[in-house]
Design a protein around this ligand. Structure first.
Ligand SMILES: NC(=O)c1ccc[n+]([C@@H]2O[C@H](COP(=O)([O-])OP(=O)(O)OC[C@H]3O[C@@H](n4cnc5c(N)ncnc54)[C@H](OP(=O)(O)O)[C@@H]3O)[C@@H](O)[C@H]2O)c1
Length: 330
């Protein structure tokens, strides 16, 4: 049996990404064999497919950190043929062959049951980006942040994590301020997702003072670097800032002042190795808090595997809005 796949390789001539055909026998061993109907493109997929950062740790690699599909067969008693499953992270697409392919062999421990309210396509509209946004929003809730506490800032709001975070926070009744580098192009769509105000990322991305005027009750940061430092410096007494991304940079040029003088909490968010309970909580909440109209607004396009490599380039250039669904076989 053969199936299509996005294969990343490192021949002597350098890096190569291609849409190719693989045989079932080539798949790595793992206890659950899954037919992938839908995948998506996350920032990390963009980095891997464009060879922009050392995401891939083994060569050759099938790309795709996210997948949704149906179990073909399983040696894991928790999973049976026909089960609808979702996969996010766990090093898939980095150290284990991924889901931008018609089939994948995956560990039973990595899979979660697809929530009934969501189709495979819906799950890939959400993807790791949306599930990370949910982990971030749940972290704010766990910290005790409530809508009455004030405005919540979302940085990188035009991207996948940011746009889902805007929608989820607005649905929970927060006053959301969306920061983006594309105010003119995305202002309207961010407002439609629930942002009360859309601000230019320029106001946050330059070096700033260690303590600034207090504004945010909480922040969901997707970009790191000076933006994260300024977000912390502008957070109100006792507030919380979640950090999940590095789109501006991996650095964190900040001081301890917001933490020791205002009791601000900096909360790291990791989706890749998050334990099953946290994943199941996030997906169950996503299934109840994202309605049809919001899912449709979040998805900017559906593409086939043949458009994955060019779209990954657009993602890296920062010109993709929201989320992209990849139709693999669905
Ligand atoms: N910790 C985790 O487990 C986890 C999980 C998922 C994603 N992430 C990380 O979270 C970040 C966002 O992921 P994503 O899927 O949302 O990616 P994405 O869809 O590509 O969005 C990234 C957004 O960041 C903003 N941005 C890009 N370059 C920037 C710059 N130089 N300065 C400031 N902002 C910039 C842009 O937003 P605007 O156009 O609106 O300005 C862009 O749309 C990435 O760094 C990704 O690696 C981490």
């Amino acid at each position: 049996m053969s199936f299509p796949a996005i294969l990343l390789s490192r021949p002597e001539s350098g890096f190569h990404a291609e849409l190719t055909t693989l045989q079932r026998e080539q798949l790595p061993d793992a206890d659950v064999h899954v037919a992938i109907s839908h995948s998506t493109l996350n920032y990390k997929d963009g980095l891997a497919i464009c060879n922009r950062s050392p995401v891939v740790r083994q060569w050759p690699m099938v790309a795709g950190i996210d997948g949704a599909g149906t179990v073909i067969d399983s040696r894991d008693p928790r999973w049976q043929a026909g089960d609808a499953v979702v996969l996010n992270g766990w090093g898939v697409g980095e150290t284990h062959w991924g889901c931008l392919a018609g089939e994948a062999r995956l560990k039973g421990d990595w899979l979660i049951r697809r929530p009934e309210a969501l189709s495979a396509r819906d799950c890939m509209i959400i993807g790791t980006a949306g599930y990370t946004a949910m982990l971030s929003v749940l972290a704010l809730a766990d910290h005790g942040v409530a809508p009455s506490h004030g405005e919540v800032l979302v940085t990188g709001a035009g991207g996948g994590v940011g746009s889902v975070a805007v929608a989820l926070l607005a649905r929970r009744g927060f006053t959301v301020v969306a920061s983006t580098g594309r105010v003119d192009a995305l202002g309207e769509s961010l407002t439609a997702l629930g942002a009360s105000e859309v601000v230019s990322r320029e106001s946050l991305s330059q070096p700033g003072k260690p303590l600034q005027k207090e504004r945010w009750a909480a922040v969901v940061d997707c970009v790191g670097s000076h933006t994260l430092a300024n977000a912390c410096a502008q957070t109100r007494y006792g507030g919380v800032v979640t950090a999940c991304g590095l789109a501006q940079g991996m650095d964190f040029p900040a001081s301890v002042a917001p933490f020791i003088l205002r009791g601000v909490t900096l909360r790291g968010i990791d989706s890749v190795m998050a334990p099953r309970a946290a994943r199941e909580r996030a997906w169950a909440t996503l299934a109840t808090e994202l309605d049809r109209a919001t899912l449709d607004r979040l998805c900017s396009r559906d593409i086939g595997l043949d458009q994955v490599i060019s779209t990954a380039g657009e993602l890296m250039a920062g010109s993709v809005r929201g989320r992209v669904v990849v139709r693999v076989t669905g």
